[in-house]
Design a protein around this ligand. Sequence first.
Ligand code: UD1
Ligand code: MG
Length: 447
Amino acid sequence: MSTALIILAAGKGTRMNSDQPKVLHEIGFAPMLVHAMKAGGALGPAHTVVVAGHGADAVEKAAKAYDPDVQITLQSEQLGTGHAVAQARDALSDFAGDAIVLYGDTPFISAETLAAMSAARLTHDIVVLGFDATDPGRYGRLILQDDQLDRIVEFKDTTDQERAVTLCNSGVIAANSNVLFDLIDAVENDNAAGEYYLTDIVGIARDRGLSATVVRCPEAETLGINSRAELARAEALFQAKARAQATEDGVTLVAPDTVFFAHDTVIGRDTIVEPNVVFGPGVTVESGTTIRAFSHLEGCHVSRGGVIGPYARLRPGAELSEGVKVGNFVEIKNATVQEGAKVNHLSYIGDADVGARANIGAGTITCNYDGVFKHKTTIGPDAFIGSNTMLVAPVTLGAEAMTASGSVITRDVPAGDLAIGRARQENKSGLAVKLFDKLRALKAKGK
Ligand code: UD1
Ligand code: MG
């Protein structure tokens, strides 16, 4: 059965107290909306429709950055969840399969839960995802009758008896898409909130003789985010899961609670991650690598057997081949570093290609930016760059080239040559002692 996702993301999220729409606040370096899209992605949807409203342009940009095929539809006034789903009708006009409604602010729905909902759809017209709430609070209540879900009652509209029910509505609903839109047409807003409730479709469906059921999931999966405090709790949950997964995948985390992952971090087995390491988005680390303490990685690829850090910073476009060493206080950006090359101390390598086995001396800087343009530095295999060399790009150094320490290299260096680009040293005989004598005499006079 082909599936369409409808992700509701029009709300402002007032309690976030933010200029940004709520669904763009990040967990594991990805907007919570992307987590919802990823979760729904487990169903291999034929369509993903995001209903945007507050900050729609930014929401569209973030959604398309993750999935260029996503369809965005605008809900300019937030008249309720039913009204929001109705906005997806045009986007799905040619679609006849199942629609699943997800919320952009509910990032942790698992693939298993969605699969269970799809399975339940084989026997029921409407499937609602519910959970047994430890504190039912203001959630909608799922009212069962015999073996059917009879209706959903919103908190504001509950009787005392209904309020005592602890089986709550997560918000996730599945139905055939044509059936869903038909039912929504019948939804009215004569309720305590004056909103078009998506939840009303269950009662309407039952009145029409359709069947409805509940699939239950753990409460943690339906966790919705409404405030910064809830966002922080969600981040903690995400990190706990990511750490457990990495450990299970054969990665040693020396101090798991101090390592932070992104939603898309990939780490091979037998890699060791020392304390206080941050993986930003887009990082792949192959097997048998050591990421030493206090390193920060994003948008980079570290091949087998590398040793990174301590205190290394790998920025987007850092592409490290096998057995590369990157030491303390080294920053690498948009640069390939070929097999066995070493950049061990206090360097900046940006917009560069470092050849195999090259040795980059302490304090080497690729001067890649002239204030307007970025330029490239190319260093050949087996080159030896003396400490504190400034490589003023664009510049190319051939294989086995060498630079003298402290050089400012502004011209290409042919293979096998030694480049010296610094003032020649002069020694003034006895001048140091004379200078000291003069200065000490001045001090004695109180000057
Ligand atoms: C909703 C459910 C409630 C459920 C709860 C779970 C309804 C009527 N109620 O209540 O049964 O227990 O979620 O968290 O569905 N949205 C729009 N446009 C709108 C209104 C909402 O896009 O016009 C989006 C919001 O941005 C949010 C989601 O839909 O992502 C849910 O809306 P919200 O107002 O939080 O619904 P609740 O009152 O929490
Ligand atoms: Mg809510």
